[in-house]
Write a protein of this length. Structure first.
Length: 566
């Protein structure tokens, strides 16, 4: 079914509650696993439908924030979401307390119980009002950023449309574009501060009510971090500082040399090559055709997947006024299909959508047989392995999108995946500091950001930019507002994806089968188990990071030479 034909109707809240409560009662009374399973399956069917309705609203609202019908429905789900969650919590409570867990494990994976236990730790009727407030604040942040209309080049542009100007080969143009972009954040500094301050306070309040020391401690449960701890993450950040930051300094210095600059400023960092970044050739239609050719040649599975996306229009790729910024992939459970949301702006980022978000979507497609909506996809760090690996697997087809500039794309893409690691660790470290000091003022938070930024990204030179010097870079980072503590997941996943890439480069023939099996597993195993199943080394081991960086350094040097020749 085409996306536009998928029918949305607001669920009848009372009817849903009554029906679900009746099933929950049956589950409560179920004396053994055999009685439990069929009723459990019915709850999954109901929950799949509910999730489908919620996601249809989410997609249609982010596609057009000015559509008043879906704006109203979005507000409804902001309010009602936690009420439905309360019913899910009752389901978990019943299931995790069954004395015959061993029998239940025959059909329900252990990871589902672990997720249930995380949910039980982070949800209580006492925090419903706080959750509603948090949802509203997150929506306010999205709306504020989507409202940006910047006067530039004689046009009124949104933040995504500013992207190409920020990579201009003309230094004064890219500086002017950067400064116009930053001016939007500076103009709304008080608003960003107010929204974030309220978010920190409401999250801290929830954490304390739920018996945690603070929201950082709670985040291990909200993020479903199963099988590793805060100390593992602190060690990982340390290893990133030790082995990746020095490598990023080298990468940035090579960039400075390529650009022929004495010093590289904040507005130079987006330009990789003096005469321009690799830009995709062709309009959105053509990019989609190339993606289709690529996925057909890559494997039979990816071929049927891309046909499904195209035939059913399961994406919205072009940037427009009133559309939310950023990109995401989501699944529409009842139809067993994915949906991709993006803001194409004519930069190489467009191709990343067709590989990264498509990687997530391919996972949704491959794990379509998993009926339990909670474990169809892995937890976040696991899910990002799927998407980030696909970005690398797509390298051999980059000549379709970039023609002669394909090596430039490959170089810049790989360099970006490495430069990202210290940034991701910084975002995580910042949030840990913020949420363990909930009484900090906005000024204290900004000072902390700037201090950590100098440690993780010592190459960032904000000379002449008051807002960034003050420590406000993170205003633009959706995740800091809308998905707290999500960032370290990208770091964990990237170190795994880079390993998949290296295995492929080194001629390890099993890498593709390992990848497919990983996708099919969905969330039926936890992150550390998935890494093992895929025959990858743990990203928590400092040695893994060192090994990956050593190999990629050699690869990058070679690729830079090729890119400069082309
Ligand atoms: Zn992703």
């Amino acid at each position: 079914m085409k996306f536009k034909d998928m029918l949305y109707t607001r669920p009848d809240e009372n009817a849903y509650r009554q029906e679900m409560q009746a099933l929950l009662k049956e589950l409560e009374q179920a004396k053994d696993a055999e009685t439990f399973f069929p009723v459990f399956a019915k709850t999954n069917t109901m929950r799949r439908h509910l999730k489908t309705m919620m996601i249809l609203v989410e997609i249609r609202h982010t596609i057009n924030t000015a559509d008043t019908f879906y704006e109203k429905e979005n507000a409804y789900w902001d309010e009602a979401g936690p009420q439905y969650t309360a019913l899910d919590i009752d389901l978990y409570k019943i299931a995790v307390n069954k004395p015959y867990r061993k029998d239940l494990l025959k059909e329900i994976p252990a990871s589902w119980f672990a997720l249930g236990e995380c949910a039980l730790r982070t949800f209580d009727l006492a925090v419903i009002e706080d959750m509603v407030e948090e949802n509203k604040l997150m929506s306010a942040y999205g709306k504020l950023k989507a409202s940006a209309l910047i006067d530039f080049d004689g046009k009124k542009l949104n933040l995504a449309q500013m992207g190409p100007y920020m990579q201009s080969t003309d230094r004064s143009t890219r500086k002017a574009a950067y400064d116009a972009n930053i001016a939007f954040f500076a103009e709304h500094e008080d608003e960003f501060d107010r929204i974030y301050d309220c978010l920190v306070k409401v999250r801290n309040r929830m954490a304390v009510k739920l018996g945690f020391a603070n929201y950082h401690a709670m985040s291990f449960y909200t993020m479903n971090r199963i099988g590793y701890h805060a100390s593992d993450i602190a060690k990982l950040r340390q290893a990133v500082q030790e082995y990746v930051t020095p490598m990023v300094l080298k990468i940035t210095d090579a960039q400075r040399q390529r650009l022929g600059l004495d010093q590289i400023a904040y507005y130079d960092l987006d330009l990789e090559f003096k005469d321009g970044n690799a830009v995709p050739h062709g309009n959105a239609e053509e990019l989609i055709q190339y993606a289709s050719k690529m996925y057909h040649e890559m494997s039979p599975e990816t071929g049927s997947f891309i046909d499904l996306m195209v035939d059913n229009e399961l994406w919205d790729l072009l940037t427009r006024a009133n559309k939310e910024m950023g990109g995401y992939e989501t699944e529409i459970p009842e139809y067993g299909v994915p949906f991709i949301f993006a803001n194409f702006n004519g930069t190489s980022g467009d191709v990343d959508v067709l590989t990264h978000e498509a990687g997530h979507a391919f996972q949704t497609y491959m794990a379509g047989a998993i009926e339990n909506p909670d474990i169809a996809t892995p937890t976040m760090e696991g899910a990002e392995i799927d998407s980030m690996s696909m970005e690398f697997f797509a390298y051999p087809w980059m000549h379709l999108f970039f023609q002669k500039q394909a090596d430039r794309y490959r170089y810049a893409h790989m360099a970006k995946t490495i430069c990202f690691l210290p940034y991701g660790a910084l975002v995580d470290h910042f949030q840990e500091e913020v949420y363990t000091h909930p009484d900090w003022t906005p000024a204290e938070r900004k000072a902390c950001w700037r201090k950590l930024e100098k440690r993780y990204q010592p190459y960032k030179n904000y000379d002449g930019c008051a807002l960034l010097e003050k420590g406000c870079w993170w205003y633009r980072q959706n995740h800091v507002f809308q998905s707290p503590f999500y960032y370290i997941d990208y770091v964990l996943a990237q170190i795994c994806a880079q390993q998949f890439f290296l295995r492929k480069e080194e001629g390890d023939k099993a890498y593709w089968q390992d990848y497919l099996s990983l996708l099919r597993l969905g969330g039926t195993k936890n992150f550390t188990e998935l890494v093992k199943e895929a025959h990858l080394q743990s990203p928590f081991e400092a040695n893994t990071i060192r090994m990956v960086m050593d190999k990629l350094e050699v690869w990058l040097k070679d690729m830079q030479a090729k890119a400069l020749q082309a």
